[in-house]
Every structure is written in structure tokens, then in C-alpha cells.
Design a protein around this ligand. Structure first.
Ligand code: FAE
Length: 540
């Protein structure tokens, strides 16, 4: 399904392509027309949006459509121009400098294979597309660039169970969410379903069918999971009609084709309004009130070596924080603790969770081959969320290594009640997450209960060679950071930050640590709901 390809949307896509081709760091319809950035970077805009992930992209589009001149500040780069190899992004199996955010070596979720250090590679530091932010016992994977997490994620686009959504966010009207905002988010993001007939017959999903059989042997239910990767495109990849992406091992370091990342959807549409400018390599580090009203934002301009080449201040009337759970929380904590925004409450920095993420892998019998050909986009999940004693939703994850490895891999989402919090560390001028190793134990116990059952039913065992330390469960990283500026606690029910009129959080920082499913559809829908209300009622 193609989301809204209006003339304006196409103009926006054109602006992104022109900017990429010319290496511009300022992207708008006017820079595309002039083929050059404006002489002076903006010093004031009625609205500033920080970041360009899901919440930010929704804010930018809806502000632009409402006629509000808006500047989006993104710390990563625009990913639209091919490198020396003719590709924008490298494959997961052949990482290079584009893969990771200023690293000397890649840090993939899989540490080793057969205990051998063959997964990661030495690379040159560069503003690559995937970051792994380390916080002691927990590290967090995030996307960097125009489109945020949409550039690197697996595209899985489930809607949470209504009962659990209402439990997690009781102040949000579920009728409105399920009647209006979830459908709107899915349509705008281009969510689509795999054709079950093709799924059953293609070699590319053999790995998922094998895991399904094992789940069913244990009496577990599996469900298809919608995705924003265009499954029609994937079928054409399989037929050899178009260049391969999901079928060429591309995912966590970006997809060259097929995936409807935000630069193809919301952000292109936002640029198409003519009111939105995206500036790249702009890291927002400070926010203070403008005595004349509104806010002043401090942003560092970075170059491709990681040097800060300029520090600038931009004023705005309304400020929308969409820097993700970690980014938005850090900006607010720093502002509170340095006294720049003393009105911020104690709730900022609280209510953070991993969405109960834990990865695991099983070793199959020799006759249960998973296939050397694996699509990188998951399409199936084991849905045991209704198991009151041990709710788990486990996506059946591919492991595309180009060889038969007999491994069934999973990303389990569990109901972990533990929450972390952030404090501001003045020495490093950064937010520090407090999450102890034992706080991951409930996630591991839940995943273990489910997969022990699968192993028992199939007489199989776990793999110990993949995640380091001989561990069958990867419990020290998350793909789904949620919380830090929780809806209804640090903000009102629409993301208005308490104590700071005209300042809003619009991203994953609003979700209190757990959702039961992969989060971006929910983040998008909550942002749509907030923007409807804010644009209708708040002074501009
Ligand atoms: P996010 O998308 O993280 O965007 C934040 C943006 O702000 C980024 O572009 C940052 O570079 C930028 N930024 C941060 N700090 C600053 C600053 N100080 N100044 C300027 N810019 C800044 O925010 N979710 C799913 O639903 N389905 C999946 O299949 C899935 N798979 C995933 C796989 C991977 C490998 C990863 C890393 C994540 C995955 N996720 C998945 C999670 C999903 O991508 C994530 O929840 C959303 O991207 C979060 O959206 P936000 O709007 O919160």
C-alpha cells in the first residue's frame, strides 16, 4: 500500500533527493529549487522540532500543513546519496563506516558466531546510521539520520493489544486511538501485510515456517505481523525483477530499497508543505526560555569527522522534542539540572523501560534446515501475551548469514515491571541511565519459560555461542527504549511538558517503559493525537 503520494509529497521526495545529490545539510523546497542552502542559517522559526524519528516527523508534517514555518534539527546525516559502491547503505554482513555512529568497530547485536569474532569489523569513525548507546548494564540501539529509527529498524508494525494499551496509558482515550489514530498512523506509514500464499511457498521465509512449526509443537499460537517494508517489492526481489534489499541482507545498517522509512513518508510530505526545513548534523544540547516568549535552542553543528564546527542559537515560539527516549530525556534533564528550565518537574528522567526486550536463539536438528536465504524483515511472531502467568510476544527473527546455520532466533518482548531512571552527570554533561543487570532478570525468566517449552516440545537446546559470555539470552541491550518523559506524568495527557508552556515531547519518551509489541506505530499514533489537540488549542 502506498501512503498518500500527493503532488506535494512528491515535491518533498524531490527535495530530499536534490539535497542528497548536492550534499546539502539544509533541506527544503526552496533549497531544492535554488540548489543551494540559504546564505544564513535560520535564527528563528515559529516552531522547532528536534530529531526526525517517528514523533518528530508527525509533528513536522502537521505543523507544516497548518502553515507553521518549522525547522527540524537532526544530529545525523541525510541518507539518500550512494557511496563509492553505488549504494546508500551497506549490507549487515559487510559493514563499513556508514554502519555505525562514530565507532572504530561495529557493535552488532550478535557478538560472535560459533564463539568466533567474525561478526564485527573495524571501521573508520563516521556519522553512521546505527548507534549503540552504552549505559553500564544496558545499552540502547538507536537510528541516527533523517528518519531516526525508521532507517535501521525491522519495520514490524503491530498495534498493541487494546487491553494492555489501556493498562499502560489509562489516561488516553482508547476509542479515539483505535478508531482514529492507529488507523491514521498505519496508513501514513504504509503498513502492509505479507501475502500468506507467498509466505508459505518462498524459500526466503523458510526460517519463519520452521520456527512456527516448533512453536505449534509446543501448543503456542503464531500470528503474521504487518510491516512497513513493501512486501510486493520483496516478491519482485525474489523474482529477480528489482534490486534486492531485504533479500540481500540489508536491515540494521539501512535498507537501500523496499522499506518505507520516514524520509519516504511523513518527512517527504512535511517538506512538500513548503513550510518545513530539515537541517542535518545539528545536535541540540541546550534549551532555555526566551524572555520575549518561547524558547532558545542551542545546537552544535558537527562535521563528518565528529568535530563541532559551530554552535548556534535558534529561537522559536513552540518547541517539539522528538529526539527519542534517550535524546529527549537528556535535553530536558540537562535543562532542569543546569537551571536553564527550572520549571521542569521531578518526573523528567523517570519511568524508563526496555519494553522487556530479550533476544535468544535455539539450535535446530539437522533435518530442520532454516535455509541460507532469509528475508531480513520479520513477518511472524509467537503470540503468548494472553498467558496471564507469563505474557510474551516473540518475533521470529531472521539471521541472514548466507549459509545454513540451523539457528532459530527470536526477539522476545516481555512484561518486565522494572523501570530505570536517568540522572544528569555534570562531568560529562550527559544523562546517565540507571539500570542494574538484575532488572533484566524478569525479561529473561519470561523468555526462558516460553522457549524452554519450545525446546522441550522439540527436543532442542539453546545456542550459547552468539551473544557473548556463553549466554543463551541477550539481556544487556534493547531496541525499544521507552519513557523518560512519560505521558500524564512529566507531561499532560498530550505531551505538553509540565511547567514549560509551548514545550512538547512527541516521541518514545512518552511511553512508560512497556507496550507489549514493537513500538513505532504507537509512537506515531500518539504523536498524531497530540498534534491534533495542540494545533487546535495551543497559542502559536
Ligand atoms: P527515533 O526514531 O529514535 O528518532 C530520534 C531522532 O532524534 C534520531 O534521528 C536521532 O539522531 C535524533 N536525535 C537524538 N538526539 C538529538 C539531539 N540532541 N539533537 C538532534 N537530534 C537528535 O525516535 N520498532 C518497531 O516498532 N518495529 C521494529 O521492527 C523495530 N525494529 C528495530 C530495530 C532496530 C535495530 C532498532 C534500533 C529499533 C527498532 N525499533 C522497532 C524501534 C523503533 O525504531 C523506535 O521505537 C523508534 O524509532 C522510536 O521513535 P522516536 O520518535 O522515539
Amino acid at each position: 500500500m502506498t501512503p498518500h503520494l500527493t503532488r506535494r509529497h512528491l515535491l518533498g521526495l524531490g527535495a530530499l533527493q536534490t539535497a542528497a545529490a548536492l550534499g546539502l545539510t539544509e533541506i527544503s523546497l526552496s533549497t531544492a529549487a535554488a540548489a543551494a542552502p540559504s546564505a544564513q542559517p535560520a535564527q528563528y522559526a515559529p516552531a522547532i522540532v528536534v530529531g526526525s524519528g517517528y514523533g518528530a516527523a508527525v509533528a513536522a508534517l502537521r505543523l507544516g500543513q497548518a502553515g507553521v514555518r518549522t525547522v527540524v534539527l537532526e544530529m545525523g546525516r541525510l541518507w539518500d546519496a550512494p557511496g563509492a559502491d553505488g549504494k546508500v547503505f551497506p549490507a549487515t554482513t559487510a559493514p563499513d563506516q556508514r554502519s555505525m555512529w562514530f565507532r572504530n568497530r561495529t557493535e552488532a547485536p550478535l557478538a560472535t558466531f560459533l564463539w568466533l569474532d567474525v561478526v564485527n569489523r573495524d571501521i573508520t569513525p563516521y556519522p553512521g546510521v546505527l548507534d549503540r548507546v552504552h549505559h553500564g548494564d544496558m545499552s540502547v540501539y538507536v537510528g541516527r539520520g533523517v528518519g531516526g529509527g525508521s532507517l535501521v529498524n525491522g519495520g514490524m508494525a503491530p498495534t498493541p493489544r487494546r487491553s494492555y494499551f489501556s493498562e499502560v496509558l489509562p489516561a488516553v482515550d482508547a476509542d479515539e486511538m483505535y478508531g482514529t489514530y492507529f488507523p491514521r498512523a498505519r496508513r501514513m506509514l504504509g503498513v502492509n501485510d505479507i501475502d500468506p500464499g507467498w509466505f508459505e511457498s518462498t524459500q526466503w521465509y523458510r526460517f519463519a515456517r520452521v520456527s512456527r512449526k516448533h512453536a505449534h509443537n509446543a501448543g503456542l499460537r503464531t500470528v503474521f505481523v504487518p510491516n512497513v517494508y513493501d512486501f510486493d517489492y520483496m516478491r519482485r526481489e525474489a523474482a529477480g525483477q528489482v534490486p534486492r534489499s531485504a533479500l540481500a541482507g540489508e536491515v540494521i545498517y539501512g535498507n537501500n530499497h523496499g522499506k518505507k522509512s520516514l524520509d519516504k513518508t511523513y518527512l517527504a510530505a512535511a517538506l512538500g508543505t513548503g513550510n518545513v526545513t530539515i537541517e542535518t548534523m545539528q545536535r541540540v544540547v541546550g534549551v532555555r526560555p526566551d524572555p520575549a516568549g518561547g524558547y532558545v535552542v542551542t545546537a552544535q553543528t558537527g562535521d563528518l569527522t565528529g568535530r563541532v564546527t559551530a554552535v548556534r542559537e535558534l529561537g522559536c515560539r513552540q518547541l517539539f522534542l522528538g529526539a527519542g527516549s534517550l535524546g529527549t530525556t537528556e535535553i530536558l534533564l540537562r535543562a532542569r539540572e543546569t537551571g536553564a528550565l527550572p520549571g521542569l518537574g521531578e518526573q523528567v528522567g523517570r519511568g524508563w523501560g526496555t519494553n522487556g526486550n530479550v533476544m535468544t536463539a535455539r539450535a535446530n536438528h539437522l533435518w530442520d534446515t532454516v535455509g541460507a536465504c532469509q528475508a531480513t524483515m520479520p513477518a511472524l511472531g509467537i503470540d503468548d501475551w494472553d498467558n496471564a502467568g507469563n505474557p510474551v510476544f516473540a518475533e521470529i527473527a531472521p539471521l541472514p548469514m548466507g549459509l545454513e546455520h540451523w539457528i532459530s532466533m527470536y526477539l522476545a518482548i516481555t512484561r518486565n515491571p522494572e523501570r530505570g531512571h536517568f540522572t544528569y552527570d555534570a562531568a560529562t554533561d550527559s544523562a546517565r541511565l540507571h539500570w542494574r543487570r538484575e532488572q533484566s532478570a524478569p525479561s529473561v525468566q519470561a523468555a526462558k519459560a516460553l522457549f524452554d517449552r519450545v525446546n522441550r516440545a522439540n527436543v532442542t537446546i539453546y545456542r550459547y555461542d552468539l551473544f557473548g559470555e556463553n549466554k543463551p539470552f541477550a539481556d544487556t541491550f534493547t531496541y525499544h527504549p521507552l519513557g523518560g518523559c512519560v505521558l500524564g506524568e512529566a507531561t499532560d495527557a498530550y505531551g505538553r511538558v509540565k511547567g514549560c508552556p509551548g514545550l512538547y515531547a512527541v516521541d518514545g519518551s512518552l511511553v512508560p517503559g512497556s507496550l507489549g509489541v514493537n513500538p513505532f506505530v504507537t509512537i506515531t499514533a500518539l504523536a498524531e493525537r497530540a498534534m491534533d489537540r495542540i494545533l487546535a488549542t495551543d497559542p502559536r
